[in-house]
Design a protein around this ligand. Structure first.
Ligand code: MTE
Length: 319
C-alpha cells in the first residue's frame, strides 16, 4: 500500500481547508492550537528517536568542558560489537533480544578470595554517577557520550586484589546462541571470548569507568549491556562490552585485537595523533553527525589526567 507519511511539523490538510471559514482571531487561535499539537508531536517523535526516559538515579556530570553530546540515536545505532556483526548498523537490530537477566560477574585470579556476584547485587554496592566522555575509535570516528556508572577503582577495592596483581583482564560473555558471530566457528571475525586488559595503575586511574547506563537510562545491549568498560584516553576497542569475568593477574593480558593483528593493535592503544595506524593516519577524526574532521587530541584530550602513567615510555613502541 502506498501512502505519504505526514511529517510532524506539517499542518494537517483539514486545518488548512477549514481556515478559510473563520475570522482572523479564530484563525490565529486555531493555528496556535495546531502548532501546539504538531510541536508536541515533533517532540514526541524526537523523544522516540532519542533517549528513553531516565530510569537510573545518578549524580549528574556538570559538563565543565561544555562538550557537545552526540544524540542517543547516534550512540546506539552505529556500534562495534563483533559478536553480533561486523556491520555497525546491523548491531542494534541483532542485539534487540539480548538476554542480560540473570547476569553474573566472576572475579578471580590474584584476589584474596575469588567470587561471583549477581549484577543486581553489584549495582547495589556503588552509587552511580554520570561521566561525559569523549570516545575515539581506532578507525577514526569519534563521539561524546554521557555514560552512567561507577569508577573501576571502586570495583577493584571491592574485589580485594593481592599486591602481586599487576594487570586486570576482562572477558565478554561467550554464548554462541546469542552471539551470531561466535556461532561461525573458524569463520568468525575474531577469536572469542573478547578479551581486554589494563595495567593496574591505569585501572585505578579515576577516569577508568564501569558503565551500566547511557543518557540516564539502563545501557542498551548494542552498547555492551549490562556492564562494560569506558577508558576515554584509549581507542574504543579497549572499552570491552558485556563483561562476565574480571581476573587479576601478574602477566600482561593478550587482548583480542592484539591477538588478531599485533602489527596494527597493541596492548596500550592510547589515543595518539602522532602515531599512525599502519593503514591510516590518526591525526584527524570525524565526530558522528559532523561533516568536517577535527584534530585528534593527545590521549583523546585527557593528557593532564593520564600522561604521567606513560612517562619515559616510547609510545611508538608501546602503541
Ligand atoms: N567489546 C566486545 N565484546 N566486542 C566488540 O566487538 N568492540 C570494541 C569495543 N568493545 C567490541 C567491544 C570497539 S572496536 C569499539 S570502537 C567500541 O566497543 C564501540 O563501542 P560502542 O558500540 O558503544 O560505540
Amino acid at each position: 500500500m502506498n501512502y505519504i507519511k505526514s511529517k510532524g511539523w506539517e499542518l494537517s490538510e483539514n486545518f488548512v481547508t477549514d481556515e478559510r471559514f473563520f475570522d482572523k482571531r479564530r484563525k490565529f487561535l486555531k493555528l496556535g492550537a495546531a502548532l501546539a499539537i504538531s510541536s508536541a508531536y515533533v517532540m514526541d517523535l524526537a523523544a522516540k528517536e532519542s533517549a528513553p526516559s531516565p530510569n537510573l538515579e545518578y549524580l549528574k556530570d556538570p559538563n565543565l568542558q561544555h562538550l557537545t553530546l552526540n544524540s542517543y540515536d547516534q550512540i546506539t545505532s552505529y556500534n562495534n560489537f563483533y559478536e553480533f556483526s561486523t556491520n555497525k548498523e546491523a548491531v542494534r537490530p541483532l542485539a534487540k533480544n539480548f538476554k542480560t537477566e540473570p547476569w553474573k560477574v566472576t572475579i578471580d585470579g590474584l584476589v584474596e578470595k575469588p567470587f561471583e556476584v549477581d549484577m543486581h547485587e553489584l549495582m547495589k554496592k556503588f552509587s552511580l554517577e554520570e561521566r561525559i566522555y569523549r570516545f575515539r575509535c581506532v578507525e577514526g570516528w569519534a563521539m561524546v557520550v554521557p555514560w552512567v556508572g561507577f569508577e573501576l577503582s571502586k570495583l577493584i577495592k571491592y574485589a580485594r586484589p593481592l599486591l602481586s596483581a599487576k594487570y586486570i583482564r576482562f572477558e565478554t560473555l561467550y554464548d554462541p546462541k546469542q552471539f551470531p558471530d561466535q556461532n561461525r566457528g573458524r569463520f568468525a571475525a575474531l577469536d572469542y571470548p573478547y578479551v581486554e586488559g589494563l595495567r593496574m595503575d591505569e585501572a585505578m586511574n579515576p577516569l577508568a569507568f564501569m558503565v551500566t547506563g547511557l543518557y540516564g537510562h539502563t545501557l542498551p545491549p548494542q552498547n555492551g549491556a549490562p556492564i562494560r568498560l569506558a577508558v576515554p584516553w584509549k581507542y574504543g576497542f579497549k572499552s570491552i562490552k558485556s563483561i562476565v569475568k574480571i581476573t587479576f593477574t601478574d602477566t600482561q593480558p593478550l587482548n583480542t585485537w592484539q591477538q588478531a593483528a599485533s602489527n596494527e593493535y597493541g596492548f596500550y592503544a592510547n589515543v595518539n595523533p602522532h602515531v599512525d595506524h599502519p593503514r591510516w593516519s590518526q591525526a584527524r577524526e570525524r565526530v558522528l553527525g559532523k561533516f568536517f574532521k577535527q584534530d585528534t587530541l593527545m590521549f583523546n584530550g585527557y593528557e593532564k589526567e593520564v600522561a604521567y602513567m606513560y612517562k619515559g615510555m616510547d609510545l611508538r613502541k608501546w602503541f
